[in-house]
Design a protein around this ligand. Structure first.
Ligand SMILES: Cc1cc2nc3c(=O)[nH]c(=O)nc-3n(C[C@H](O)[C@H](O)[C@H](O)COP(=O)(O)O)c2cc1C
Length: 448
């Protein structure tokens, strides 16, 4: 079985033999001796403001692991992606806990560059999930990448370029990671805009950091267990440069950002159920059409995605709308749907029967692309689509919870999909949140 299959349809077979303490808290990502990169600067430039707005905590409760809420899903903060900025060789990291940019090094090789880099200490999540942690981390990258793209386009940086297949080893070292432990998720090149801000240049004496400050912990001792992932991380050089947005029409789609602070996975309750179990066809149609638009305008590889919206309409009937980047493919009505069988979580704490809308994101593997590329494109693309859908849901006051813990076989059966060519990469369930910390007890499914 290859890595793609182990990360998708066979992910429940993951083995995880590690039990190190190091995952415990994001405090362990602290870097010794980092300095506040803003202390010698005046106003924060627009790019930093964008990075800060995507990565800063909107809600944070130190003793509640479920509350590390940001505009992108935090997934209990065991998902380890972080943001770095490289500005004319100066490297800093955004530290959400301190809500500050920390200067961590200077790289001669990156003079003249203005890059946003998203990277993760992958082994932190692999403690829980083994190899499968790679899939979760790449989905997170998708959420972050979508949000950054939208913010950049909204702020007029539509000429920004996504660099794919970057030299992971050198860049990881610059960011303070040990040689083989970082997953470079995304690099957005904004060099076109370097030096166009009013910001003061960095004083010479601050450039004394000629080496990169290292992280407090590294995971070198624990990584050898997953050689396929180590190979995956060894990207060699930039192989592709892609515009973050395809056309002028992309700008219009940024209007979903106005409700970004209301994005919500419905995580404040222990159980999850929706107080509204039906939804208007017009609303779902609107989401479906806009999702097709997002795929067209923002996803260079969008042709391989198919999105299925399963909903219970106001008339109580079940419908399925399927879309691709080309638009709506099909609207059909379904006899009955056993919603509880679609997710594994459902028997523990999620009442699927109460949820009016479920979205399934399917990817068709590209036979000419390498396995690694398929893994990246499938997961990052699916994360992007889920983020866009979550933002649309927020505009209407819905929660949208991204879900990886779904039941592939049952969803495939419902979609009438061919498991040979399609994989379900991600799902998102949407409904109206109950705000009263209601602990829900399942009564057993009625198959509505
Ligand atoms: C890649 C990914 C996979 C997730 N899978 C699940 C899941 O299987 N079940 C679930 O209840 N929540 C899942 N979540 C949602 C998290 O539980 C949610 O992000 C977390 O509770 C924090 O809430 P917030 O996103 O509103 O900040 C997932 C989130 C991400 C990013």
């Amino acid at each position: 079985m290859n890595l793609y299959e182990r990360l998708t349809s066979n992910r429940y077979d993951y083995r995880n033999g590690n039990s190190s303490f190091k995952f415990i808290d994001f405090m362990n990502t602290d870097m010794i001796g980092a300095t506040d990169a803003l202390s010698f600067r005046g106003e924060e430039n627009a790019i930093r403001q964008i990075v800060r707005s995507v990565f800063s905590f909107q809600r944070y409760e130190p003793y509640n692991p479920y509350v590390f809420h940001k505009v992108i899903p935090s997934a209990r903060n065991i998902h380890p992606n972080e943001a770095f900025l490289i500005e004319d060789g100066e490297i800093c990291r955004f530290n959400p806990k301190g809500n500050c940019f920390e200067m961590i090094g200077f790289s001669e090789r990156h003079k003249g560059k203005l890059w946003i880099v998203i990277a993760s200490e992958l082994w932190r999540i692999m403690k829980f999930y083994g190899e499968f942690g790679l899939a979760l981390s790449l989905l997170d990258v998708g959420h972050i990448q979508a949000h950054l793209k939208l913010k950049l386009v909204a702020a007029g940086y539509e000429k920004a370029i996504l660099l794919e297949g970057i030299n992971g080893k050198h860049l990881s070292n610059c960011l303070g990671f040990s040689d083989s432990s970082a997953c470079i998720g995304c690099v957005i090149d904004l060099s076109e805009y370097l030096g166009k801000s009013e910001e003061e240049p960095i004083p010479e004496n601050y450039r004394m950091i000629s080496y990169t400050i290292k992280r407090k912990y590294d995971y070198e001792d624990e990584i050898r267990r997953y050689p396929a992932v180590i190979n995956f991380l060894k990207q060699v050089e930039v192989s592709r440069r892609v515009r973050i947005a395809q056309s002028e029409a992309a700008k219009k789609m940024c209007s979903v950002l106005r409700y970004e602070l209301l994005r919500n996975s419905g995580h404040s309750t222990q159980g999850l159920f929706s107080t509204l179990d039906r939804i208007e066809t017009d609303t779902v149609m609107r989401y479906a059409t806009a999702t097709a638009g997002y795929i067209r305008e923002y996803l260079d590889n969008g042709i391989r995605f198919r999105i299925c919206f399963l909903y219970r309409a106001i008339d109580g009937q079940n419908y399925l709308i399927q879309v691709s980047g080309e638009g709506i493919l099909r609207l059909e009505s379904l006899e009955s749907v056993h919603r509880e069988s679609l997710l594994h979580d459902t028997f523990e704490h999620i009442n699927m029967n109460s949820i009016p809308l479920d979205v399934f994101i399917l990817y068709q593997r590209d036979p000419i692309c390498s396995e690694d590329n398929n893994i990246r494109q499938a997961h990052i693309g699916a994360g992007e689509i889920s983020q866009y859908i979550s933002l649309m849901a927020a505009v209407d006051g819905f929660f949208a919870r991204p879900m990886k813990n779904f039941n592939d076989l049952n969803i495939m059966k419902l979609m009438g999909s061919d498991q040979e060519s399609d994989s379900i990469i991600y799902t998102t369930i949407i409904g109206k949140e109950n705000h009263y910390n209601y602990v829900f007890k399942l009564q057993g499914g009625n198959g509505a």
